[in-house]
Ligand binder design. Structure first.
Ligand SMILES: NC(=O)c1ccc[n+]([C@@H]2O[C@H](COP(=O)([O-])OP(=O)(O)OC[C@H]3O[C@@H](n4cnc5c(N)ncnc54)[C@H](OP(=O)(O)O)[C@@H]3O)[C@@H](O)[C@H]2O)c1
Length: 322
């Protein structure tokens, strides 16, 4: 094993082009951790915010000093594991999420044992890399909104990384699913199981009807979508209006005090229990990963640019082995 590895890095906050392929030391495995040779990783909104420098002091802590690394999730092969400890063994193919840290777009990551799980049988690394972000949809629908069979669910951002999971899980949990996406992606939303699909650019929220649950992955216009909730309805948002984050936060907090229909926000930090639940849904045929495009480790700037440009169908993946 060489002492250093390839990694996507940046030396200052800025546009996607600040990212370059550099080298950093291969991490030590460390106690209670597993060393993984990374094969693929997906681009997440958090990566874009981190690189732009818009995550605030908490983000700066998670990102560490310059040069900063990118990538939150990974698929790879275990190369070193602790003997006699429950968890994947050397040679196992695994997927997981770094615990509030960046750096998975590299050849190796060292990960706590409870932050990864085995890849479901028959799934290649690129497709498995589209799974980690879907844990957010499980938390939103199963734990926060508690979607019940027969309920009407609206998924905003239905063909994005989280949304493709939201639509499929909505059906798996027995919901009647309405998807909001751009015109070009409405067919995909229907293929994933949406009962109805509308173009968000030409459809007014008021024309959508009422819902028991709204899963919002966009973060803007929260009042207009909250008004669609039927009595007893629940709305979960996972994003902020980044142009006015304090206003979004104020509205969410205010909704817990004013009015019967509370808007919930959470920041996921998923662990093995959730990964196993997700694997079970894949193995039962309820969930399939959706991959848009694949970039190499030297093209991470292009991968960030692609996600920023919008219109993405599912996930943009970086194949770290190329
Ligand atoms: N809180 C958490 O734990 C958590 C976890 C994961 C992600 N997130 C955040 O949640 C957000 C969504 O994540 P993601 O991975 O799904 O992002 P994504 O892949 O970029 O998807 C976002 C989707 O929103 C759609 N969209 C944009 N503007 C819209 C509008 N006005 N109305 C309806 N749809 C609109 C986009 O559609 P088009 O581009 O096709 O137009 C896209 O399909 C990101 O901000 C991410 O950082 C939070």
């Amino acid at each position: 094993m060489t002492e250093s590895m390839r990694a996507a890095l940046y030396d200052r906050y800025g546009p996607p082009e600040v990212i370059y392929e550099g080298r950093r030391p291969i991490p030590e495995r460390g106690e209670g951790r597993i060393l993984v040779r990374v094969l693929a990783s997906s681009v997440n909104g958090g990566d874009l915010s981190g690189r732009e420098g818009s995550l605030g002091w908490l983000g700066a802590l998670a990102l560490g000093p310059f040069p900063k690394a990118v990538g939150l999730d990974f698929v790879g092969d275990v190369v070193e594991a602790e003997a006699n400890v429950y968890g994947p063994a050397v040679g196992d193919r695994v997927w997981g999420v770094l615990p509030r840290a960046f750096g998975s777009m590299a050849e190796y990551v060292s990960v706590p044992v409870d932050c990864l799980v085995r890849v479901p049988e028959g799934l290649d690394p690129v497709h498995a890399a589209a799974l980690p972000v879907v844990t957010t949809a499980i938390t939103a629908l199963r734990d926060k909104a508690r979607l019940r069979p027969g309920e009407r669910l609206l998924v905003r951002g239905a063909t994005g990384g989280v949304g493709v999971g939201g639509v499929q899980l909505g059906k798996a949990y027995g919901g009647h699913v309405t998807a909001l996406a751009r015109e070009e992606n409405l067919e995909l939303a229907r293929e994933l199981g949406a009962d109805r699909a509308f173009d968000y650019r030409t459809t007014s929220p008021a024309d959508l009807g009422s819902f028991d649950v709204v899963l919002d992955t966009v973060g803007t216009d929260l009042p207009a979508y909250r008004r669609l909730l039927a009595p007893g309805g629940r709305m979960v948002t996972i994003s902020f209006d980044l142009t006015r984050p304090w206003r979004s936060l104020g509205y969410i907090v205010g909704s817990t005090v004013f009015g019967p229909r509370r808007v919930r926000f959470f920041s996921g930090n998923p662990r093995r229990e959730l990964f196993e639940e997700l694997n079970a849904l894949v193995e039962a045929g309820h969930l399939r990963p959706v991959v848009d495009r694949v970039y190499s480790l030297s093209e991470v700037a292009g991968a960030h640019r692609a996600l920023e440009s919008g219109g993405v169908r599912g996930k943009i993946i970086v194949d770290t082995s190329t």
